[in-house]
Write a protein that binds this ligand. Sequence first.
Ligand code: FES
Length: 114
Amino acid sequence: METVTETSWFLACRVEDTIPNGGVCVKRDDEQIALFYFSRQDRWYAVQNECPHRRQMALSRGMVGTAGEEPKVACPFHKMQFSLASGECLSGGECRLKTYRVKVADGNVFISKN
Ligand code: FES
C-alpha cells in the first residue's frame, strides 16, 4: 500500500523580499534555507544554505545561472556548482544539497517543511 505524505509549509517571506535571479537566506528554527527566484523561467527553488564542501553558510550568496536548462548555483567560496532542481553536485563531487518545494500564494512565499 502506498503511503501518501501531505506537504506542510511555512511562510518564508513576501515576494518583494526576494531578489529576481538571486538568492536570499531564510531561517527556520536552526535551519538556514537558500531561496531563489529565476525570473526568466518564473520558477522558485529552495535548497540548504550550507555548502556541503566546507560547511559554509553561503549558497544564498552564490552566483546563479543555468547549465543547459538546469538551474544552478555556484558557491562563492570555491565555486562548486549545484543543481537547484535536484541538489546534485554538478562539479563532480558526491555531495548533494537538500531541496525544498516552494509555492507562492497572494504574494507570500512558502517553503515545504519536509
Ligand atoms: S565551501 Fe562551498 S565550494 Fe567550498
